[in-house]
Ligand binder design. Structure first.
Ligand code: AHR
Length: 503
C-alpha cells in the first residue's frame, strides 16, 4: 500500500475549465465518416443516414466540440465537392489516405449531425493545395447570412440560416513531410496570416487556430511555433498541438511517462507563445488547442495507413484499445485540466473506428472501447474551475521521464452546484494507494455522489464486439467523506473519479 495526499484550496485556482477541452475529431479517413457516423443502409440509420446507435454512444461520450473534416485529408479537400445535390457530387482521389472519397457526406451533413447532438462544430480550411481565396469563400458559404452568391448557394442547399461556425483551424500539420503541400514555417506563417485576415473580414466573430508542431519530436519543434506566431500572432487566437502516445517498449510504467511529456509540451508551447508576445510588446495571450491527441501505435504500419486499389472507406488505423491505454487517456485528460488556464480546446482523435473510442461493424453493432470511459466521465463531471492540486506522492524513475509520481490528479470545482470532482490515476502497478484528500474552504458538510473506478488486472484487456464490457467502470466502495476530508483506496493501475457536493 502506498500513501498519498492531495490538498486543494478554494482560492487557489488554475483557471476556468473551458468545456471545449472535451472535444473529438471526425476526419474523412477510413471508416470514421462512412460506416462510422454515416451509413444510410444500416438498419439503425435515421432518415438522413446517420447511425442512431453511434449517435447514442456519442451522446454518452459527451464531446462538446468536434473537429472536421481532417486531418491530413483537409490539405487536399475541396469543400465545394461536399455540398449540394448528392448525385452531382464528384468522386475524388484522397491523396492523404489513398482512398476514394465519394463526397456523399460533407459540410452540411456534418453541421446537421452536430446540431442534432448539441455539439459545436470546429472546421478546418485547406492551406495545403489551396489558400486564402478558398477559405474566404468557404466561410462566406457557411457564415454569411444572405445576399451573395455563396451565402445564397447555402440557402439553395436548404440552409436558410448561417451555420455560424465559430472555431476554425488554419490548415493541418503544415510542418509534416507527409502533408499534402507541406510548407516551411515562413511560408505557412504568411499564409496563415493572410488567410486569417480574409476570414475575419467575412466574419469578425470567429476564433482561429494556427498549426503548431505535428509532434513534440519534430526537428523543427519550438522554432516552428516561434516563426509561425511571429508572422500571424495578431490574427490568431490559438496555436495547435498534436500528440499520439506510444508504448513501443511494451512497459506500462514507461508508457505513463507520456502523460508527463504532454505536460512539458504544454508548458513549452506556452513559453514559446509568450516569448513571441514579449518580443512584440503585447499583453495578448495565445491559447492552446490540443486538437489531436490519443494513444496510437499498434495500428500504425503502412498496411494500417493505406490499402491498395483506392478503396472507399477502408479499414484504416482501427486501433484496439486496452486497459493501460485507457489509463494514459485518463492521465492526458487530467493534464489538460491542470493546464486549464491555457489549454482551451482539445480533440481526442478520432471519434469512431479510426483510433476511436467508439467502434462499429458495417451493418452491425457499435461498442465502447476502453478509452471511452475516462473521456465520458471527464466530460460528464468536468465543470467549473480547476483548483491547483498539491500532491504528495512517492515517484518512480523511467526512461521516458525522470520522475513520475504514482498519483496523477486534477480537481474541478463547480461553485454553482457546490460539486467538487477529483479525477485520479494510481500509476502503481502492483500496490493499492491510499489517498487523503483535503478540500479547504469548499464546505464542511459534504455528500459522496459517486465513486467510480476503472480497473482490470490485465493491462492488455480489451473490449470487442462480442465482449464489449470486459473493461468497464464499477463503483469504488473504498471512499469515505468526513467534512473537508475524503479518504480513498485506489486499486493498482486504476482510473478513479470521486464526485462530492457541499450541502
Ligand atoms: O488522426 C490521424 C492523422 O494523424 C491525422 O489525419 C493527422 O493530422 C495526424 O497526423
Amino acid at each position: 500500500m502506498i500513501a498519498t495526499r492531495l490538498v486543494v484550496d478554494r482560492d487557489f485556482v488554475v483557471g476556468d475549465l473551458d468545456r471545449r477541452v472535451f472535444g473529438t475529431f471526425v476526419e474523412h479517413m477510413g471508416r470514421c465518416v462512412y460506416t462510422g457516423i454515416y451509413e444510410p443502409d444500416h438498419p439503425d440509420a435515421d432518415a438522413r443516414g446517420y447511425r442512431k446507435d453511434v449517435m447514442e454512444l456519442t451522446r454518452e461520450l459527451g464531446p462538446t466540440i468536434v473537429r472536421y473534416p481532417g486531418g491530413n485529408f483537409l490539405s487536399g479537400y475541396n469543400w465545394e465537392d461536399g455540398v449540394g445535390p448528392r448525385d452531382k457530387r464528384p468522386r475524388r482521389l484522397d491523396l492523404a489516405w489513398y482512398s476514394t472519397e465519394t463526397n456523399q457526406f460533407g459540410t452540411n451533413e456534418f453541421i446537421d449531425w452536430c446540431r442534432e447532438l448539441g455539439i459545436e462544430p470546429m472546421y478546418g480550411v485547406n492551406l495545403g493545395t489551396r489558400g486564402p481565396d478558398h477559405a474566404r469563400h468557404f466561410i462566406e458559404y457557411c457564415n454569411h447570412p444572405s445576399g451573395t452568391a455563396l451565402s445564397d448557394l447555402r440557402r439553395e442547399h436548404g440552409y436558410e440560416k448561417p451555420h455560424d461556425i465559430k472555431f476554425w483551424c488554419l490548415g493541418n500539420e503544415m510542418d509534416g513531410p507527409w502533408q499534402i503541400c507541406r510548407k516551411t514555417a515562413d511560408e505557412y506563417g504568411r499564409a496563415a496570416l493572410e488567410t486569417a485576415k480574409l476570414m475575419r473580414m467575412v466574419d469578425p466573430t470567429i476564433q482561429l487556430a494556427a498549426c503548431g508542431s505535428s509532434t513534440h519530436d519534430m526537428a523543427t519543434y519550438g522554432a516552428w511555433e516561434d516563426r509561425v506566431l511571429d508572422h500571424c500572432f495578431e490574427q490568431v487566437d490559438f496555436i495547435s498541438l498534436h500528440t499520439y502516445f506510444e508504448n513501443r517498449k511494451d512497459s506500462t510504467a514507461e508508457f505513463f511517462g507520456n502523460i508527463e511529456i504532454m505536460n512539458l509540451f504544454i508548458k513549452e508551447i506556452v513559453a514559446v507563445a509568450d516569448s513571441v508576445a514579449a518580443r512584440k510588446h503585447s499583453s495578448k495571450r495565445i491559447m492552446l488547442s490540443f486538437d489531436e491527441w490519443n494513444v496510437w501505435y499498434k495500428a500504425r504500419s503502412i498496411n494500417d495507413l493505406r490499402k491498395p486499389g483506392w478503396p472507399e472507406a477502408p479499414r484504416l488505423i482501427e486501433e484496439v484499445y486496452n486497459h493501460e491505454d485507457a489509463l494514459v487517456v485518463g492521465g492526458a485528460l487530467i493534464t489538460m485540466m491542470n493546464n486549464a488556464d491555457r489549454v482551451k480546446t482539445a480533440c481526442l482523435a478520432q471519434l469512431v473506428n479510426v483510433i476511436g473510442p467508439i467502434m462499429t461493424e458495417p451493418g452491425g453493432k457499435a461498442w465502447r472501447q476502453t478509452i471511452f470511459y475516462p473521456f465520458s466521465q471527464a466530460s460528464k463531471f468536468g465543470h467549473g474551475r480547476v483548483l491547483q492540486p498539491i500532491i504528495e506522492s512517492p515517484s518512480y524513475e523511467a526512461e521516458t521521464f525522470p520522475e513520475i509520481p504514482y498519483l496523477c490528479a486534477a480537481v474541478v470545482d463547480d461553485r454553482a452546484s457546490g460539486t467538487t470532482t477529483i479525477f485520479a490515476l494510481n500509476r502503481h502497478l502492483t500496490d493499492e494507494m491510499t489517498l487523503d484528500i483535503e478540500l479547504r474552504g469548499l464546505g464542511t458538510t459534504r455528500t459522496l455522489d459517486h465513486a467510480i473506478e476503472l480497473h482490470h488486472t490485465n493491462m492488455k484487456a480489451v473490449n470487442t464486439v462480442d465482449a464489449p464490457l470486459t473493461v468497464a467502470p464499477s463503483a469504488n466502495t473504498n471512499v469515505s467523506v468526513d467534512g473537508e476530508r475524503i479518504r480513498a483506496v485506489f486499486k493498482p493501475g486504476s482510473w478513479n473519479v470521486i464526485v462530492t457536493t457541499a450541502r
